[in-house]
Design a protein around this ligand. Structure first.
Ligand code: ADP
Ligand code: MG
Length: 494
């Protein structure tokens, strides 16, 4: 080989080395970026940890807050609102009752026919539709007008003329799932909106009277006999079938719980309460807060950018409105720190663009190549080529968020049981006492991973022996049917 040939060969070798080095460099950088994404998930997982010890701390913190909220108004972030409901339906109710269920994603109208002792619910019909988004921020008049019209159309479809022409004023159950300060079973003032509603002129108004006015305008001869929230409706339906039902929990768009409290434990309203038995207390547990809750930088950012900052802290970790959004925030951080999704990273930047049902669909993808996850990332975020290992990482994020949410909700349930002496601690009698908790809400009923985590955690905290006597029972459509049952049970109150 001549000198020229040698030089050329050497130059080629150098170039090849450079290309190889560049390739290796790129691969090393890519791997490093990948590991950074894995690290982001690892850190998040650590921040979300809910070992048994921590869950027990949450249980105890909830009990302390329940006491404080029962002692005085403003004594706790838990409002512990009185419902004035001291009788729950027991199966003896009779007649036809209507109910409305407003409080989240869907608006429902219901008709229930009750047969009295022995025959229970003879028939029930529910019509459900998404509440038009614009009604959530208009005026109370527009909202009540819409509700009254929908109800009127429903009644006209359900009844023949002779039934409609009755002079009797019908008792209606109204499930209104926002914090309300009740003044009786059938009236109450809106304290504040939650779950993305913001109709300013309704705050401080009597919700039942507002609806009655709209119904009168529409020519509907009905009065609100029971103004309740979804938890109370769910408790009513649970109790109708199973008299050992002592509490109800909602886990849907939002989350909340109510339970039966001894009247003498409700210190803040002793003068008001005549009955010496029990009364249903609406906890408004979505607003529960404790330093023991495992909070991450993602939760803090979500809260800071929310319209209700420093509010509904428990709800923001648990309910369907937020879980998908927490996942989105983690994916966005992974993308920013690792370039995992290339140019499509910005598609992850739109708040609330990952809904909880979509997140659940990814989490529940059990196909070997995670095809559903691939499709969802392509359709929702225009990311057509998400590799399998990244899809696995996405599922892990969904799992972390859901597991934390379900376990915290479980701790909340055990907290209630502890407050009323049904958690098996203390007196031994309660170990064998049967206790039912009614549960409703799309997150619990529709998302099996969530449900399994919650059920498992209740057993983990209570221990198997005690947990055997604690029944978590889905009260399907309980929030609405229960309101009709309460309207029946309280139809003669006024
Ligand atoms: P609402 O809370 O509006 O009364 P639901 O109890 O039906 O209504 O709950 C609806 C919410 O539950 C949805 O907004 C969603 O966050 C969540 N959800 C419903 N279905 C599923 C599902 N299959 N997987 C996960 N979350 C779900
Ligand atoms: Mg609901």
């Amino acid at each position: 080989m001549g000198r020229v040939g040698f030089a050329a060969a050497a130059a080629c070798a150098v170039a090849a080395c450079a290309v190889a080095a560049a390739l290796v460099g790129r691969r090393v950088r890519a791997r490093r970026r990948w590991w950074r994404a894995v690290e982001v998930v690892g850190e998040f997982e650590e921040g979300c940890a809910t070992p048994l010890g921590r869950l027990r701390q949450v249980v105890d913190a909830l009990v302390v807050e329940m006491h404080a909220g029962l002692a005085s108004d403003g004594g706790s972030k838990l409002k512990m609102l009185l419902t004035f409901i001291d009788t729950l339906p027991d199966g003896s109710e009779e007649g036809i009752y209507y109910a409305l269920d407003l409080g989240g994603t869907n608006f429902r109208v219901l008709r229930v026919q009750l047969g009295g002792k022995g025959s229970m619910i003879l028939s029930h019909k529910v019509e459900s539709q998404p509440l038009p988004e614009e009604l959530k921020s208009g005026t109370s008049e527009i909202l009540f007008d819409y509700i009254a019209s929908t109800l009127k159309n429903f009644v006209e479809r359900e009844e023949d003329d002779s039934q409609q022409k009755t002079d009797e004023r019908r008792a209606l159950g109204f499930t209104f799932s926002f914090p309300v300060r009740q003044t009786s079973v059938s009236s109450g003032f809106l304290i504040k909106w939650t779950k993305g509603f913001s109709i300013e002129d309704a705050v401080g108004k009597d919700i039942a009277r507002g609806l009655e006015e709209a119904m009168t305008t529409k020519g509907l001869n009905m009065r609100v006999a029971a103004l309740v929230n979804d938890t109370v409706g769910t408790l009513a339906l649970g109790h109708y079938y199973d008299q050992d039902t002592v509490a109800a929990v909602i886990i849907g768009t939002g989350t909340n719980a109510c339970y039966i409290e001894r009247t003498d434990a409700i210190i803040k309203c002793q003068g008001l309460l005549t009955n010496s038995g029990g009364m249903v207390v609406n906890m408004e547990w979505g607003n529960f807060w404790s330093s023991h809750l495992p909070r991450t930088s993602y939760d803090i950012a979500l809260d800071e950018e929310s319209p209700n900052r420093n509010d509904q802290g428990f709800e923001k970790m648990i309910s369907g409105m937020y879980l998908g959004e927490v996942v989105r925030r983690v994916l966005q951080r992974m993308a920013q720190e690792s370039d995992l999704f290339g140019d499509a990273t910005q598609n992850l930047s739109v708040p609330f663009s990952l809904s909880t049902p979509i997140m659940a669909a990814m989490h529940e993808d059990d196909s070997p190549d995670l095809e559903r996850v691939r499709q969802i990332m392509e359709q929702n975020f225009q990311m057509p080529h998400v590799p399998l290992k990244t899809r696995r990482l996405i599922i892990r994020v969904c799992d972390i968020v859901t597991r934390r949410a379900a376990r915290l909700a479980a701790a909340g349930i055990v907290g209630i049981l502890k407050k009323i002496g049904r958690d098996g601690s203390g007196r031994s009698r309660s170990k064998s006492q049967r206790t039912s908790v009614a549960i409703e809400g799309g997150l619990y009923t529709g998302y099996s991973n969530f449900r399994d985590y919650l059920n498992e955690a209740v057993v983990e905290i209570l221990g198997e022996e005690v947990a055997r006597n604690v029944i978590l029972r889905v009260s399907e459509d309980g929030s609405g049917i229960g309101a009709a049952l309460l309207a029946a049970a309280h139809s003669l109150d006024r």
